[in-house]
Design a protein around this ligand. Structure first.
Ligand SMILES: Nc1ncnc2c1ncn2[C@@H]1O[C@H](COP(=O)(O)OP(=O)(O)OP(=O)(O)O)[C@@H](O)[C@H]1O
Length: 324
């Protein structure tokens, strides 16, 4: 396959362990340059899928293409980066040595590594700490070092398995920024995370998996049924303005009980309608204090989907609670 190909494409992918299908007909498409969230409860088959996509586990059935080829092809493999959730570090190595070792395994030249290693250490927030041994790193620093290893060889597709599980809130924001930067550089990011708020903020598209199958995949908007709820706060709401707003979207709720303050919840079909809302308010002589598109609530979606399926015997909060 040449030209513009999907970064990942699987069709009816299966993995059977001891007679049990842990990945059971999984079909997935991830476009090049997308940040893709792969979500599901514990044991859904996410890690097994990632291992197959990396060529570390042989599928029992189905098809898979990664960067237009097979992950067993060294040329394809050299375009992949991976941050496993549980990384075994050599504690006696320094951060720099670890990255150089990693880079050599990925086929990078020594002179290339001389500039690239300090650069990625800086990117992941470990600038100036590369001469310390990994044994002395905190859990968060180790996770950053692992992330540095995953992006070191400038992969076109990078798999991040729970990249922020050991990080504090500042570290999480930093990793989000790194993901944004990778997206800007056209790198495809396949993100496995139980932190749904994080996925919500950074992913272009998501897939929900359960019992080895994709229950649903799409953009957050698509998964929301294509509507964009918007909250408006105004100084007043005249009948004319209400009628104008109702022409732009579906008015779901209004509140005019407080003098000098009115709120409207409106469901739009298209984001492009947002400026017209502000215009309508202005044209009708009202003052606009807030116009807030509501984020799709991934957690609610996730819980509904997981609960909807018969195998949902576990507590719906288990995915996050057990991984804290
Ligand atoms: N090598 C193996 N041999 C036998 N069973 C396995 C093997 N690897 C995974 N499994 C089983 O496959 C199922 C899916 O595991 P997997 O690790 O892919 O799930 P996951 O969605 O990544 O879960 P988690 O969110 O807990 O990491 C589990 O029931 C697990 O016990």
């Amino acid at each position: 396959m040449l030209g513009r190909v999907a970064a990942i494409e699987t069709r009816e992918l299966c993995k059977v362990y001891r007679g049990r299908a842990v990945v059971d007909g999984l079909s997935l498409t991830v476009g090049e340059g997308e940040v893709f969230g792969f979500l599901g409860p514990n044991g859904a088959g996410k890690s097994t899928t990632v291992k197959m996509l990396l060529g570390l586990v042989h599928p029992s059935g189905g098809e898979l293409h990664v960067l237009g080829g097979s992950p067993s092809d060294p040329a394809v493999r050299s375009g992949l980066g991976f941050l496993p959730e549980q990384f075994r570090f050599q504690t006696w190595m320094t951060g720099e040595e670890f990255l150089r070792f990693h880079g050599r395994l990925a086929g990078m030249r020594a002179d290339e590594l001389r500039t690239r290693v300090p650069e990625v250490l800086e990117t992941v927030g470990l600038g100036g700490r590369g001469r310390e041994t990994l044994g002395g790193y905190s859990k968060g620093m180790l996770q950053r070092a692992g992330l540095a290893g995953a992006i070191l060889a400038r992969p076109r597709l990078v798999f991040l398995d729970e990249p922020t599980s050991a990080l504090d809130p500042i570290g999480r924001v930093e990793v989000r920024e790194i993901i944004e930067r990778l997206r800007a550089e056209g790198v495809t990011v396949f993100l496995n995370s139980h932190l749904l708020s994080e996925v919500e903020q950074v992913c272009d598209r998501v897939a929900f998996v359960k019992a080895g199958r994709v229950l649903r995949q799409g953009t957050l908007r698509e998964l929301m049924g294509g509507v964009l709820p918007v909250d408006l706060r105004l100084d007043r709401l005249t009948p004319d303005l209400l009628a104008a707003l109702a022409r732009l979207g579906e008015v779901r709720h209004t509140d005019t009980n407080t003098p000098g303050r009115a709120t409207v919840e409106l469901w739009l079909e298209r984001e492009e309608t947002l400026p017209a809302l502000a215009d309508a308010v202005h044209t009708h002589g009202a003052r606009l204090y807030a116009l807030t598109p509501r984020r799709p609530d991934l957690e609610t979606m996730f819980l509904e989907l997981i609960e909807d399926t018969p195998e949902a015997a576990r507590s719906p909060r288990a995915p996050e609670a057990t991984r804290a």
